[in-house]
Write a protein that binds this ligand. Sequence first.
Ligand code: OSB
Ligand code: MG
Length: 373
Amino acid sequence: MKLERITLRQIRMPLVDFFETSFGRTTKRHIILVEAQGEGASGWGEVTAGERPFYNEEWTGSAWMILRDYAAPRVLGREIESAADVYPLTVHIRGHNMARGGLETAVWDFEARLDGVPLWKKIGGGGAPWARREIPCGVSIGIQDTVEQLLEKIERELAAGYQRIKIKIKPGWDVDVVRRVRERFPGIKLMADANSAYTLADADRLRQLDDFYLMMIEQPLGHDDIIDHAELQRKLQTPICLDECIRTAHHAEQAIRMGACGIINIKLGRVAGFSEAKRVHDVAQAAGIPVWCGGMLEAGVGRAHNVALATLPNFVLPGDVSASRRYWERDIIQPAVEITPRGTIAIRDEPGFGYALDHDYIRAITVREESIG
Ligand code: OSB
Ligand code: MG
């Protein structure tokens, strides 16, 4: 197969509700959509970089330049065997995994649509030994202005059926907040994500969280650190889940070998797309480490890709993939992603990522567009 044209579109979407992490508050998204075209077909991907380089080094502006000047030209007009070729073709671009992942996931969708099969099947998900028809879902709830607001939000998400609650923590919004959540909801699956807000010097404080039998604590230490996480894990009962610092399957191997984590969060963008996400999944599975699918406040295209990814067999824990309405007044796909009363998302059997694009809406919110090829 051959790609003839790659179109980048930057869309602007206000979030229904602000989302705050230890690195800042987001109220509206600027998202790049990647359309890969050729042979009369189109595949779509979404770049999961934030608006600012605070989660990792990427942001909407850097991703646009990398895609236009480096990633797209390496893939365009070349005869490729399958979407699995995109990773090696772009791997000598150092870093910029989210930009590369936006293109890589578009090509997987393109290939699935050309072949008329659902994307989850194309990547090897959903299959033997059991046929997975639904994925288990949790929610990620940002830092709030008051603990009362947080408790109210948790109440609402539990009533909607979500299977686990993740709250964001940072110094000053941690032990006391988790204690109050636990007092109010003693039986729920609960976890905390620090987005690298601590250092090893905070080990005693983090150890206090052991009292609240959290499922895991996510990325407490440096965004690029594995070694200190291994030392911290030896001091904690609560399993550490790594997010930011696992950018390749090799990192996953190293983290597991060092005992730096008991669980891994896999995000498509962070690992440059499906090919490496599958390799991280396989490394973790072989080591008996469960994984779950993380989120980056995605619009519908990225959300649908996440649903496909989470059908792989070692995605045994509820992920941060949740209903469109938690983020958007109107999503860019139809139908919107919804959850069942069991707190799951049903997988769909249409070709590609399984949802239709709302082209009218995408056009209306596009603030920048450029075609390469
Ligand atoms: O660390 O998982 C994270 C959002 C933006 C940046 C980083 C993270 C998150 C989330 C939100 O936790 C997950 C979601 O609801 O999409
Ligand atoms: Mg995280």
